[in-house]
Write a protein that binds this ligand. Structure first.
Ligand code: SF4
Length: 492
């Protein structure tokens, strides 16, 4: 008797396609996974797109098969056997112990049109494989699959308000491509079964650890327990992986002769020295900046499903800013903007920003993101173009100055404000913040606060908590810039 075939879902098969070891760990060592807020956010975004698809493809009669391991296959069979002639969402089928849930099934003549829904803005190669797995299970379960499409986000869609998302999804017919992949599906199923049933596959780390998805086992497979992990050398994943495979754990294990990139040589040299490198020149540059000085930071949202009329999917929309204003002599003021009413805040945000920033003085930012955001506001509000363009001309990016003049071994190859700050100002660290401590969490927190995340408004207490965290987080960003300037030019 042949051994029982291990259970596989479509997402497990895609894991095996990315890396069989990933699938093995998902099955046997879930405890080693580290789920980042980016992963959680992507998951939540995917769910929202799924909900919109049901709205777009649904009819008065359409049915969603409830997620329940014990009943969902039988419930689907019951619907089909009873001659369902309406759309079915999350219809569930099992063939050779491979389980799939079809996002959308639409009856057409004597067969079905299948639609897989993704939150991406184009068709990727693994989407075709995803659809091919479904097609294989469906057809072998007796379903007459007439066509199979992938629906993804149309990033040119402009939301007209009133909950009307017609045109948000673009369908691509993949039937032909999918049918050509049947053999690939069979091979993948065999590979996945081996990964699940056999010992942990011996797979080296490499670029596949981040493609197409960031793997949740990176902190397990990549050596992170050294004082200065090799990944801190930065640069391409392929070269880093070669060093890891060669047995190097710490940046200092890598021989200098093996490094060719200038930035990596610098990181290596400073890490070996064990001391921060502060190159001359930054102080003079900063001292020459006139007053008042403005330290500006935005938070933005970019949801797959537009929230406000006139906006597009994934468009980065500013929802908050913080500004520290430093006068000559050291006097410091703080102003901020945050509107959690749920109404589009961009116009008021821009107007109040113009008022806050006055007409003279450098506006310091960390990376050019603020410039991109203000240029976006100019496009959105031509009436404010002149004062906003004047602000753009005053923007002064602190990031290149820091990158040129400063490196500390603890920065582990990153010049992000979060990496730099604790090295320059050890009393300040983003990890001290309650709740929201990075941009994606701020975006999610904002959407939750305006009732756009879970489809319902938060409690008054939760909203107040989110407001406090959002304000604190954004203010911390501009405080951080002030600290960085004080470190590099202590007497300014
Ligand atoms: S981190 Fe890389 S090697 Fe490890 S399981 Fe994930 S994809 Fe595979």
């Amino acid at each position: 008797m042949s051994p029982p075939r291990p259970y596989l879902s479509k997402s497990r098969l895609i894991s095996a396609w990315q890396c069989p070891k990933k699938l093995h760990l998902e099955k046997h060592h879930k405890d080693l996974a580290v789920i980042t807020s980016q992963m959680e956010s992507a998951f939540a975004g995917g769910h929202q797109v799924g909900d919109i698809a049901q709205q777009l493809y649904g009819t008065d009669q359409s049915v969603e098969v409830e997620f329940n391991f014990k009943t969902m296959v039988a419930e689907t069979k019951r619907l089909i056997d009873n001659g369902a002639d309406f759309p079915i969402f999350e219809a569930t089928f099992r063939y050779e112990n491979v389980l799939i849930r079809a996002d959308v099934m639409i009856p057409e003549g004597d067969g079905w049109h299948i639609i897989e829904v993704k939150a991406s803005t184009s068709v990727k190669d693994y989407h075709v494989l995803d659809c091919a797995i479904q097609d294989w299970v469906l057809r072998n379960s007796g379903i007459n699959v007439l066509s199979i499409s992938l629906a993804h986000i149309n990033n040119q869609f402009v939301y007209q308000g009133d909950g009307n998302y017609d045109g948000l999804l673009l369908e691509n017919d993949l039937t032909e491509a999918v049918r050509a992949m049947e053999y690939d599906v069979l091979e993948l199923v065999a590979k996945a079964r081996e990964a699940v049933s056999g010992p942990e596959p011996l797979i080296d780390v490499g670029p596949h650890c981040n493609k197409p998805y960031e793997c949740q086992f990176i902190s397990h497979c990549w050596p992170m327990d050294a004082q200065y992990p090799v990944t801190g050398l930065g640069g391409g994943k392929a070269r880093l992986a070669e060093w890891v495979v060669a047995g190097y754990r710490d940046i200092r294990d890598v021989k200098r002769s093996e490094i060719t990139a200038e930035q990596q040589l610098r990181i290596h040299r400073v890490t070996e020295s064990g001391k921060a490198e502060v190159l001359p020149g930054a102080r003079e540059i900063l001292e020459a900046l006139p007053y008042p000085r403005y330290y500006l930071d935005f938070e933005t949202i970019g949801p797959a499903i537009p929230v406000w009329k006139g906006t597009r999917p994934y468009a980065a929309l500013p929802i908050q800013w913080s500004c520290h204003i430093e006068e000559e002599g050291g006097e410091m003021r703080h102003e901020e903007f945050l509107d959690l009413s749920g109404e589009p805040p961009m116009w008021a945000l821009a107007e109040q920003l113009i008022a806050c920033l006055g007409e003279t003085g450098p506006v310091l930012m960390y990376t050019s993101y603020e410039k991109t955001v203000i240029n976006g506001l100019i496009e959105m509000f031509p009436d404010l173009a002149e004062p906003l363009a004047a602000i753009v001309n005053r923007l002064w990016d602190l990031h290149p100055l820091v990158k040129t003049h400063y490196y500390h071994p603890d920065m582990l190859g990153s010049w992000s404000v979060k990496a730099v700050l604790p090295c320059m100002a050890p009393h300040m660290d983003y990890s001290q913040l309650e709740g929201i401590k990075e941009g994606m969490a701020a975006s999610d927190g904002f959407l939750e606060a305006i009732g756009s995340r879970a489809g319902r408004a938060p409690t008054v207490e939760r909203k107040a908590e989110l407001e406090e965290q959002l304000l604190r987080y954004c203010k911390f960003d501009t405080e951080a810039m002030v600290e960085i300037v004080r470190f590099l030019a202590p007497t300014t």
